[in-house]
Each structure stands twice: as structure tokens, then as C-alpha cells.
Design a protein. Structure first.
Length: 271
């Protein structure tokens, strides 16, 4: 029996239309999303087999052994999303799995996002990587509510959940491991281990990522200034916000708002 291949994907977001799928057992740390356009394929996920037909989407969570059996011609939208984007969704991709990986009818609005992502592969717009990450966030945010997510059993799961909930409820304030430990009655070293083990990051980086995600949301509503976005997201100064935002995304907050809003408006006009 052939072994299981570990694939080390380093690209933050990859999306393309393709007529083939991986036919050997493999595993990777990214999220894999396959929307079937033509033909069909069998997905072997663990010990279960699912048939993916046109209009359906298969969502394979990180670290799940899987392969595809394709008979005849197919065409699909194929997307992978790396941990940099996945970590923004808290413990979803470490503590939950879908009851079924199949979305039996892909919503039209998500098909549009897939089209935008795959279209970017052959284009070179300004801030391409930032656009890809923004669309990937929209895609995941649209998929999660329609997946039947089941919480994984884990001896430390309750504490992991408490830590992540604490971060999500308090990221606009100053958060330290010591203060969180006192509030949750656990040790600071345990908190740091949770972030390294479950999210592959640190408390500081995780909270910063939450603040950046919130700032993006505020920036794109178009109603508040960049300073207001920074303050609402928990940054103590506009200078720090500009520096951190540029470091995390590669562009300034103003450029991010302009580029994404212009691209969304262009997409609406093309429909």
C-alpha cells in the first residue's frame, strides 16, 4: 500500500481552475476547497467516500488524509488557504471538523468569490496577494455557517476554547498572558503552550491578527476614518496601527480600503 505524502504548502492562498485532482493519499496543513463545475470525482477522506458532482463543494480541513478518484473528464475550482488566513478564525480549524465535507449546493455568492480568486491567478493587479487573502476570508466566512461543524473531543479542549473566547471578547483591550491567566485561573505558561500547539503562533501575534481583521472590517464599511478603525480595533496609536497593518498586509490601511473597495465595485459592474 503506498504511503501517505505530507505536502508542505507555503503559499498563503492558491486558486485555479483545473481538470485533475490528486489521486494519492496526502495530507497538508492548509484548507483545501474543491468546487466541481463539470464531471464528478470520488473523495476518499479518512475511511469515508463522498461523490462530488457539479454544483457541489468539498471542504477538506487541515491535517486530514485524503485523495480523489477521478473517472472521465472534470473541471473544478481548486483553492487552498494557508494557516496565515485560517488562524484568523480562532480554533475552528483545530477544534472542529465538518460532519460531512460536502456542501451539496454551493451558494451563488460563493461561486462568484471562487471566480474572483481563480481569475487572479492569471492577473497581476496591484496588491495581488492582499486581494487573494481578502477573498479567501470572504470565502471561508461564507462556508463555515453552512458546514455542520462538530467539536473534537480533547482533554484540554475546554481551556483552549476559554482562552480563544477570552481573546475574541477582549482583543480591543490590552491582553497579557499574566492577566488572562489570573482571569481564567490557569497558568501563563499553559496559555503560551496552547498558542504554540493549537495555532502555531504566540498570544501577541494572535491578538494582533484579530485586531487587523477587525480593522479591515471597519475600513471596508467606508463610513469611518482610518483613525477610528485603528481605535475600534484596539490599537493605541495611529502610528502603531499603520506600522503593524503595513507589516502584516504589505500595504497601508488607506491603500487596502481603496484597492478592495474598487475591486468589489468593479466586480459588481461586471455582473
Amino acid at each position: 500500500m503506498p504511503g501517505i505524502k505530507y505536502e508542505n504548502w507555503t503559499v498563503p492562498v492558491f486558486a485555479t481552475k483545473r481538470g485533475e485532482l490528486t489521486d494519492y493519499a496526502h495530507v497538508h496543513r492548509c484548507l483545501e476547497i474543491v468546487t466541481m463545475l463539470e464531471g464528478s470525482a470520488e473523495l476518499l477522506l479518512g475511511s469515508s467516500i463522498y461523490t462530488v458532482t457539479p454544483g457541489q463543494t468539498a471542504v477538506i480541513f487541515p491535517n486530514m488524509v485524503h485523495s480523489f478518484d477521478v473517472r472521465g473528464g472534470i473541471m473544478c475550482c481548486y483553492t487552498t488557504v494557508g494557516w496565515g488566513v485560517l488562524s484568523l478564525f480562532g480554533d475552528v480549524f483545530t477544534s472542529y471538523l465538518p460532519g460531512s465535507p460536502l456542501v451539496k449546493q454551493t451558494p451563488a455568492e460563493l461561486v462568484s468569490v471562487f471566480e474572483k480568486l481563480t481569475g487572479l491567478l492569471s492577473e497581476e493587479p496591484p496588491f495581488k496577494e492582499q486581494l487573494q487573502c481578502a477573498y479567501a476570508e470572504l470565502l471561508i466566512a461564507g462556508l463555515l455557517p453552512i458546514l455542520d461543524l462538530k467539536k473534537l473531543r480533547d482533554a484540554s479542549g475546554d481551556n483552549v476554547e476559554r482562552i480563544l473566547i477570552y481573546c475574541n471578547e477582549n482583543f480591543t483591550k490590552r491582553i497579557t498572558a499574566e492577566q488572562m491567566a489570573a482571569d481564567l485561573h490557569i497558568s501563563p505558561s499553559y496559555i503560551q503552550r496552547v498558542f504554540r500547539r493549537y495555532l502555531g503562533t504566540t498570544l501577541t501575534k494572535y491578538v494582533t491578527a484579530l485586531r487587523i481583521m477587525e480593522a479591515k472590517r471597519v475600513l471596508l464599511d467606508g463610513k469611518r476614518s482610518i483613525t477610528e478603525a485603528a481605535m475600534e480595533a484596539g490599537f493605541q496609536s495611529i502610528r502603531t496601527f499603520n506600522r503593524v497593518f503595513s507589516s502584516q498586509t504589505g500595504i497601508t490601511p488607506g491603500e487596502y480600503r481603496r484597492v478592495v473597495l474598487e475591486d468589489l465595485e468593479r466586480s459588481r459592474k461586471e455582473k
